[in-house]
Design a protein around this ligand. Structure first.
Ligand code: 13P
Ligand code: ZN
Length: 270
């Protein structure tokens, strides 16, 4: 059996959590990540018949039975993942209609998966139907996106258009735009269901006054998606209180659609 700490998925997860912490997106225990793994890759590193303990999930998601995930632990600090991966991360396999999760590795200090497990798992169910290559759900608390939800309308079209107008390539990186949830109690099945519903039409879902969710096929891509939206929000927060003299026009965004072969969300450009 190979050393799981040297598995490419583990190395990438440790690098990503560290990088997210360094970006200031994950203060204290803020943020969480789930990465779907293939049984083939897990069994190179773990005896998949050896279940350490079984953890109830509190929701039903039959589509996930037999699926493996590497998931950050609840209450654990992204800052510390690199120093103690086995206490801050866990590998789980879902069963019994998604109601139970077998722990195969990690959460060594009597821990368990993130309190946002419902939002992650329900979003995986939705995104894998839209794009079978989707593997990652990522949540964090980037300051500028969060700040924007205090001062900008939460209307999804308006929120998306503002972000697209802040950097030329935003519309190329997230042509499906950004969906927005109002403030909701975190860590619940309700916010999980609402997030998954919003994931039907966009890979980015803002949680007002809290943070953002991103979905993608790997950690790098999902990080880049959030990074791009956060950069746009940063520019917005720099200019929002100043008179706007120039802007990226809808006509210019249509040129970008042609140049990059993408299609902005229906009805979002004039
Ligand atoms: P966890 O520590 O349970 O992952 O929660 C952090 C968080 O960001 C809640 O939204
Ligand atoms: Zn959070």
């Amino acid at each position: 059996m190979k050393n799981i700490l040297e598995a490419p998925f583990m190395v990438e997860m440790i690098r990503t959590t560290t990088n997210m912490y360094d970006h200031g997106w994950d203060e204290r225990n803020g943020g969480n990540i789930s990465l779907m793994l293939e049984e083939r890759e897990v069994s190179e590193y773990l005896d998949i018949g050896n279940v350490l303990r079984t953890i109830p999930t509190g929701f039903t998601a039959p589509e996930l039975d037999g699926k493996y995930f590497l998931v950050t632990g609840t209450g654990r600090y992204f800052k510390n993942v690199q120093y103690k991966p086995d206490a801050n991360l866990g590998v789980v396999r879902l069963k019994e209609q998604g109601q139970q999760a077998d722990l195969l590795w990690g959460y060594s200090e009597d821990g368990q998966f993130t309190s946002e497990f419902p939002a992650h798992m329900m979003s995986h169910v939705v995104r894998m139907k839209i794009d079978p290559a989707n593997r990652v759900i990522m949540h964090c608390h980037p300051a500028n996106l969060l700040a924007m939800t205090f001062v900008h309308t939460l209307d999804e079209r308006e929120f998306t258009r503002t972000l697209w107008q802040m950097c030329t390539e935003c519309v190329v990186v997230f042509p499906d735009g950004v969906n927005v949830l109002p403030w909701m109690l975190c860590g619940t099945n309700e916010i999980g269901e609402a997030t998954a519903e919003k994931m039907q039409t966009a890979r980015l879902v803002v949680w007002s006054l809290h943070g953002i969710y991103g979905a993608g096929k790997d950690l790098d891509e999902t990080f880049g998606l959030i990074e791009t939206a956060e950069k746009a929000a940063e520019i917005y927060m720099k200019i929002a209180h100043l008179p706007r003299v120039n802007t990226i026009t809808d006509e210019q965004m249509h040129q970008l659609e042609k140049r990059f072969g993408i299609k902005a969300r229906e009805g979002y450009l004039d």
